[in-house]
Every structure is written in C-alpha cells, then in structure tokens.
Design a binder for this molecule. Structure first.
Ligand code: HEM
Length: 149
C-alpha cells in the first residue's frame, strides 16, 4: 500500500504543477479584474489536486519509512536539516503544508471576488515553494523524476 501511495504521490506532482501553472497563467491574463463565476474554476482545480497530494503525503508521512521515521532518525543522529532525514522529516513536510495553505487562501480570496492579481500572487508564491521543496534528482538527497527511478 505504501508503495502505491508513493507512486501516486510522485506522479501527482506533475499534475499539481501543471494545474497551478494553468491557474496562474489564466489569472494573470485577467489581471486587475475581480474574480467572477466560472473564472474561479482553475483556482479550484489547482486546490483540489494540492489537497489530494496533501492527503497522500500525510499517508506517507505516518505510514512510510521516510516521514515520522526520518524525524525520529533526525533527532537520534543529530543529522543536518539538509540531509535526507532533515529533508523528509521536516523541510518537505513544512514547506509543502505552507504552500498548500497559500493555495487554499488564494482560492478563498477568489471566492470572495478579490482581484485575479491578488489570487495569482499567492498561487505564484505557492508554486515557487513547491518547486523548491520537491526532492528533485539533482538534490543530494533527491529522488527520481518518477518513483522507483
Ligand atoms: C504539492 C505538494 C507535494 C508535492 C509536489 C510532493 C512531492 C513529492 C515527491 C516528488 C516525493 C518523492 C517521491 C519519490 O520517491 O519518487 C515526495 C516524497 C514524500 N512526500 Fe511529498 N509532496 C508534496 C506534499 C507532501 C506533504 C504535504 C507531505 C506530508 C504531509 C509529504 C510527505 C512526503 C513523504 C513522507 C515523502 C517520502 C516518501 C517515502 O519515500 O517513503 N509530501 N513528495
């Protein structure tokens, strides 16, 4: 089951990134206009995929071998935050939860008919945080572009 979750979590990153990017580009084009009716949909879709990713991530964190177990290992060994233990035990978790909170806040602004510009700013910040917090293969402790690679 954990292996299945890991494969899903790993692949879903691309859908999260694409839906976020799409919402940002669409919102950017509408600029200072207030968010109306169906214009909210791209923000909603980005938020839904981010929340699915959060649930999968929480499953991995508490059931897998690189979440809570990594956090325990970090405290036991005193390893650096920029090690595999530090990254998966703290950094990945904290940054991703922060980014998903921003996406949720952005969607709630869209629901309150704020301007696209304000919504897009939050989404853009979330996208940057997510890009940094993904364990890309070129990080010392990183993973493949797909699980198992
Ligand atoms: C947009 C949000 C997120 C993205 C794009 C993302 C992406 C990823 C990627 C690409 C991996 C590496 C998978 C592999 O080994 O191929 C990973 C691993 C992991 N993620 Fe996330 N993640 C997100 C949010 C979260 C959250 C919120 C949590 C915890 C609550 C979390 C917990 C984990 C854990 C524990 C692993 C290591 C799994 C293992 O190797 O056992 N992730 N994540």
């Amino acid at each position: 089951m954990v292996t299945g979750l890991l494969h899903l979590h790993s692949s879903l990153r691309y859908i999260v990134l694409l839906t976020l990017l799409y919402a940002i580009v669409k919102g950017w084009q509408l600029g200072k206009d207030k968010v109306e009716g169906k214009e909210r949909r791209p923000y909603l879709i980005a938020m839904i995929f981010a929340h699915i990713q959060l649930l999968l991530g929480l499953g991995l964190y508490f059931m897998g071998e690189n979440g809570l177990t990594a956090l325990n290992g970090l405290f036991d060994t005193g390893a650096s935050l920029l090690s595999s233990l530090g990254f998966f035990g703290i950094i990945h978790f904290v940054l991703m939860v922060a980014a998903i909170t921003l996406i949720t806040k952005a969607h709630s602004l869209a629901k309150k008919n704020e301007t696209h510009r304000r919504v897009v700013h939050l989404m853009l910040l979330a996208l940057l945080i997510i890009l940094v917090a993904i364990p890309w293969p070129f990080y010392g402790y990183g993973r493949g572009f797909f699980a198992g690679m």
